[in-house]
Write a protein that binds this ligand. Structure first.
Ligand SMILES: *Cc1c(COP(=O)(O)O)cnc(C)c1O
Length: 441
């Protein structure tokens, strides 16, 4: 086994190994057999890895700050099977739409542990949240604050809320996923006085109970300092507000954004490092600002599911342009994983049926969609590849599936959850009939 290969294997789910046929196995299941049986593209989730990550966040954060609640940011990926696993692990849920809320509701997820985020929640979504008694609405703007108060009044409810603060801290990540800087569509900026105005209006509102504050800086955040800085700015703000307005400071949410390693050359801090940075900052500053210790809320999305998910594709055409490039064409692409095209994400890849073979050439893995930008992995080392081989791409569990499209009228892939040698189909592959069936003429 060469060294490059074993390093690549470390990007795959924790249960990954290679069997004596040289096939990649995950959760005790041979991925080449799974591709054969269920077709490709196929998304595989390793249940053990998901549960392990949930556990890591709970144990590491409570080591440094005991009263921590972990809520899974479901926009990274949510379906019924996953929601059930998250509930079993005792996490809460961060939802950003009525649709995510409906999925959670459909598996009896404890809705008191649901936090409802979003910069433009509709009236219908807010009504649903109130009717289903979601634990917290994280209010993003004054329009929402007034609307929510009115709806709560009409229903005779007192709704617990957090206010989303925009601290003005740059987390140095992709501009599409930077959310905590002043020029952002999200939250109440500290710098302009709008955060202060929000506290005044929230404490004055008849049917709203302000229980704390939230910020989310962006994603993925490879540095610790932005969390420390934003925590300090928001705590200072809270201590100032407490001197003039009356509210209980019970919760502080520092959002998500915890990075994961996508490729061999992009190491991310581990959970313990984030936990230490945030926990120590809080323990330092809370007494200094003369505040009571609030519950710490963290909202990891990517870091819970990214490594657990692997995408499998079958190789078809291979195009070699002498002295320029060799394109390996697969049966999926930007319709099932738009992240390389949208954010420039760098993935690695492995040939699942040749996992023990020496890597011998540099190739580019191209999708099958009609766009030149549909490149899944550029310039990667693989063994000699032939049509019919199965390509496995690791770290595909977050933000791929929820951005799936039917571009080029490709049916969306199937998803399976593997565990201890069992493979459970958790979403079936779409059919051409699914594509046609919604059209009304
Ligand atoms: C997207 C998002 C998260 C999760 O971010 P990750 O990088 O997936 O951890 C958490 N909180 C809020 C408000 C978000 O919008």
């Amino acid at each position: 086994m060469n060294i490059k290969f074993s390093a690549k294997l470390s990007l795959f789910p924790l249960t990954s190994e290679v069997n004596n046929q040289g096939h990649l196995c995950i959760g005790g299941c041979d991925t080449v057999d799974l591709a054969e049986e269920l077709g490709t593209p196929l998304y595989i989730f390793d249940e053990f890895t998901i549960r392990h990550e949930c556990h890591q966040f709970i144990t590491e954060f409570s080591k440094y700050y005991q009263d921590t609640m972990v809520i899974y940011a479901s926009k990274a990926f949510l379906n019924r099977a996953l929601a059930a696993v998250i509930a079993q692990e005792g996490l809460g849920l961060d939802v950003v739409s009525g649709g995510e809320l409906a999925i959670a509701h459909s598996v009896d997820f404890p809705l008191s542990k649901v936090y409802f985020h979003g910069n433009n929640k509709t009236l219908e979504e807010l009504e649903l949240a109130l009717d289903w008694n979601v634990g917290r609405v994280v209010v993003d703007n004054l329009y929402e604050l007034e609307l929510l108060n009115k709806l709560a009044y009409d229903k005779g409810i007192n709704q617990d809320i957090l206010l989303r603060i925009t601290p003005g801290v740059d987390p140095h990540t992709h501009k599409y996923t930077t959310t905590g800087t002043l020029d952002s569509k999200f939250g109440f900026p500290l710098a302009t006085g709008q955060a202060e105005e929000a506290v005044e209006q929230a404490t004055a509102a008849s049917n709203i109970n302000l229980v704390g504050f939230h910020f989310h800086l962006g994603s993925p955040i490879f540095e610790l300092e932005p969390y420390r800085l934003a925590t300090e700015l928001v705590l200072r703000f809270v201590s100032q507000m407490k001197r003039k307005d009356s509210f209980e400071f019970n919760e502080l949410s520092v959002g998500g954004g915890f990075a994961v390693q996508y490729s061999l050359d992009s190491k991310a801090p581990d959970v313990a490092e984030y936990a230490q940075a945030i926990g120590e900052k809080l323990n330092d500053l809370i007494p200094q600002f003369e505040l009571d210790y609030p519950r710490l809320i963290i909202e990891p999305g990517r870091a819970i599911v990214a490594q657990a998910g692997v995408a499998l594709y079958k190789v078809g055409a291979i195009k070699e342009i002498p002295a320029i490039r060799k394109y390996i064409c697969i049966d999926g692409g930007m319709n099932d994983n738009i992240r390389p095209a949208l954010y420039g994400t760098k993935h690695e890849a492995l040939v699942a049926n040749k996992a023990l073979q020496e890597e011998s050439e540099i190739v580019t893995i191209a999708g099958k969609l009609c766009e030149s930008g549909d490149i899944l992995v550029r310039d990667t080392n693989l063994p000699s590849v032939s049509p019919g081989d199965i390509i496995a791409v690791p770290v595909c569990g977050a933000y791929s599936i929820p951005m799936w499209s039917n571009y080029n009228a490709l049916p969306r892939p199937a998803i399976i959850m593997v565990n201890e040698g069992k493979a459970n189909l958790i979403r079936r592959r779409e059919t051409y009939q699914d594509l046609i069936g919604l059209d009304t003429i």
